[in-house]
Ligand binder design. Structure first.
Ligand code: GTP
Length: 363
């Protein structure tokens, strides 16, 4: 009998609790050879309380098989996943991993965490965006955070690589979108070199948390359950948007973090226009006339007429505004905006924001 012959006869099973929970996805990215697989293996062997599914996002011929063998050394934790894809992990992840996650979700209840490793040359922002685009997937899973592994020895060299046609260097892009960066292979560099790498990472992304490791051995609490995109946890929002240090110039001078605070109420409609002009239309240029490109956008905004704080999240061209449970603490209401990208000019962004978005700006 064909599947679609008997819809009425299918009993409605009560769903177990675990099916109703949204599953967190952590994207693990990093340049070629930085230590992503080492990190995955470490997590798989180290963790004890979570059932983790790993998706490897590979494009190159042959490398996926090699990688799946490497990861599967972690043992039984991995077997469930191999089972899911006809025993062949590498088949499922030639694309951006979406299909693999969809298939995985058919086995809901067997996993409570997904790690998605991108290829070394992938743009993690594009991978992250798919969680917003795919509404169906969005109800099953949520993006917990983006973790970027950096090679302490070769990271600076990779960041300095010039791209043709003015494209953004992948290594810099991977740092720009990260919620956590792991500077790995610290055994291979001096204290001074390490500090240079750290400063460079910080200068690209003024918000990102930085940990340093050997063999990607990191406290798992630093990597998993970051809730980086979660608007429910309003209390930590302001804290998360604090810049660690002021941005400094670095090798690829075009990518940096810009942040500003403005007190007052924001018009929601005008804010949408502002963001769309910036992210979609690329209408805003810096003083040299180069269009500003935002790779990551975050903020807390006070929408006129709303008592609660609203969280702004953007990755590439996608963004969302979500009301948080956190009430504004009386007046004044302090909007905080963070932009990470290239050709960004703080004065121009801030001036435009105040003149077009604020209903009653007090700077
Ligand atoms: N010295 C040293 N070597 C390391 C460290 N971490 C990983 N390695 C080695 O670096 C090499 C690359 O590590 P992988 O984990 O395969 O890196 P990857 O990012 O998954 O690599 P690609 O998949 O090629 O992008 C391996 O030979 C690791 O054993 C470290 O902390 N110190």
């Amino acid at each position: 009998m064909e599947d679609d012959d008997c819809p009425e006869l299918v009993p409605i099973e009560p769903q177990p609790d675990s099916d109703e929970k949204q599953i967190p996805v952590t994207i693990i990215t990093g340049y070629l050879g930085a230590g992503k697989t080492t990190l995955l293996n470490y997590i798989l062997t180290e963790q004890h309380n979570k059932r983790i599914a790993v998706i490897l996002n590979e494009f190159g011929e042959g490398s996926a098989l090699e990688k799946s063998l490497a990861v599967s050394q972690a043992g039984e934790l991995y077997e469930e996943w191999l089972e899911l894809r006809n025993g062949c992990l590498c088949c499922s992840v030639k694309d951006n991993g979406l299909k693999a996650i969809e298939n995985l979700m058919e086995k809901k209840g067997k996993f409570d965490y997904i790690l998605l490793e991108t290829t070394g040359l992938a743009d993690p922002g594009a991978v992250a965006s798919m969680f917003w685009v795919d509404a169906e997937l969005g109800s099953d899973i949520y993006l917990d955070g983006i973790v970027t592994v950096i090679d302490a020895k070769y990271g600076l060299q990779q960041l300095a690589e010039e791209k043709a046609d003015g494209l953004v260097n992948e290594a810099a892009r991977q740092i720009a979108v990260a919620d956590l960066t792991i500077i790995n292979k610290t055994d291979l560099v001096s204290v001074e070199e390490l500090s240079h790498v750290r400063d460079t990472v910080r200068s690209i992304n003024g918000l990102v948390k930085i940990v340093e490791t050997q063999r990607s051995r990191v406290d798992l609490a630093e990597v998993l359950d970051l809730h980086s995109f979660d608007s429910k946890n309003g209390v930590n929002l302001a804290e998360k948007l604090q810049l660690d240090q002021p941005a400094r110039p670095h090798l690829d001078k075009s990518i940096l973090t810009v942040t500003f605070n403005v007190t007052g109420d924001v018009s929601e409609d005008a804010l949408n226009v502002f963001i769309q002009d910036l992210l979609w239309e690329k209408l805003m240029c810096n003083k040299e006339g180069r269009p500003m490109t935002v790779i990551r956008l975050k903020g807390i905004v006070a929408l006129a007429g709303k008592a609660n704080q609203v969280m702004l999240q953007g990755v590439h061209e996608l963004y969302e505004l979500n009301e948080t449970p956190q009430m504004w603490d009386g007046n004044p209401r302090l909007n905080r905006l963070v932009f990470i990208g290239r050709n960004l000019d703080k004065d121009i962004l801030m001036e435009k924001f105040i003149s077009s978005v604020m209903t009653n700006a007090q700077t």
